[in-house]
Ligand binder design. Structure first.
Ligand SMILES: *[C@@H]1O[C@H](CO)[C@@H](O)[C@H](O)[C@H]1NC(C)=O
Ligand SMILES: *[C@@H]1O[C@H](CO)[C@@H](O)[C@H](O)[C@H]1NC(C)=O
Ligand SMILES: *[C@@H]1O[C@H](CO)[C@@H](O)[C@H](O)[C@H]1NC(C)=O
Ligand SMILES: *[C@@H]1O[C@H](CO)[C@@H](O)[C@H](O)[C@H]1NC(C)=O
Length: 213
């Protein structure tokens, strides 16, 4: 009898564990479509935005690992900045590469549909705007601020360590080290690369937990 209860407890525990793992991998991060169904658009004739982006943002809860999905076309731009001055100025002309990024749609033509997915990888305030039409889009409301909370933290796919730093070969006499390319640390870069590795880590963890039970 004791054996039967034991193995039942064991199976319930295993079932709970997998249930938890499954629900965590699906329901924990949110994709926020900017502006809701109206998307991220500006009408150059009426000078109106298709949604009130500040009002939209105020109704959302943003956490690490969530995405902003900009459903738009190439007549608008998607600029992310952590610098409030850049945001208030509606321009990235004087912005630093360290705190301001433009997400590209991959087309130079006007009016081409594009969808931009921006992962939220840093806690705290951050700002978005479109600098198209020399900043008038932004001045007329193509801009909003969000505050990113911790939530359950970044998923492994967005939480990659920075690449190892460049080590000067011992033989070279050059004193100057080459500029460090920061492209790989951009939030959008190569999130897929580590998924095989993280799968392995998860598998090992699962095996460990099962072993302990
Ligand atoms: C959220 O968006 C990202 C990036 O486009 C995508 O990989 C992911 O599957 C989306 N998640 C959901 C639940 O739609
Ligand atoms: C604001 O942007 C304009 C160009 O749009 C630029 O001339 C000016 O220097 C910027 N000001 C600041 C404080 O960045
Ligand atoms: C924000 O960007 C401006 C240039 O536009 C720069 O002068 C300022 O130092 C930046 N602020 C922060 C907090 O980095
Ligand atoms: C995009 O902008 C171009 C140039 O201003 C304009 O001719 C075109 O109608 C716009 N397309 C859309 C879909 O807004």
């Amino acid at each position: 009898m004791a054996m039967a209860v034991d193995s039942m407890v064991f199976f319930v525990a295993v079932a709970l564990f997998f249930n938890l793992a499954a629900s965590q991998s699906t329901a924990k991060y949110t994709n926020h479509t900017v502006g809701g169904p109206a998307g991220w658009f500006y009408n150059i004739n009426t000078k109106k935005t298709s949604a009130d982006y500040s009002a939209w943002a105020a109704k959302q809860t943003f956490n690490l690992g969530d995405y902003l999905i900009f459903s738009t076309n190439t007549n608008q731009t998607v600029i992310q900045t952590y610098n409030e001055t850049t945001y208030r100025n509606c321009s990235m002309d004087d912005a630093s590469d360290d705190d301001t990024f433009q997400y590209q749609g991959g087309s130079n033509e006007f009016g081409e549909a594009m969808t931009v997915a921006v992962p939220l990888t840093i806690e705290g305030p951050q700002y978005y705007f479109s600098d198209a039409d020399d900043g008038t889009q932004c001045l007329n409301g193509m801009a909003f601020e969000i505050k990113v909370g911790h939530g359950i933290g970044l998923p492994p796919s967005l939480n990659q360590p920075p690449p190892p730093s460049y080590v000067e070969p011992p033989s070279t006499v050059e004193a100057e080290s080459p500029p460090i390319t920061v492209v790989t640390s951009r939030p959008n870069g190569g999130g897929v690369r580590s998924s095989a590795g993280s799968f392995l880590v998860v598998s090992i963890l699962v095996m460990l937990v099962l072993h302990l039970l």
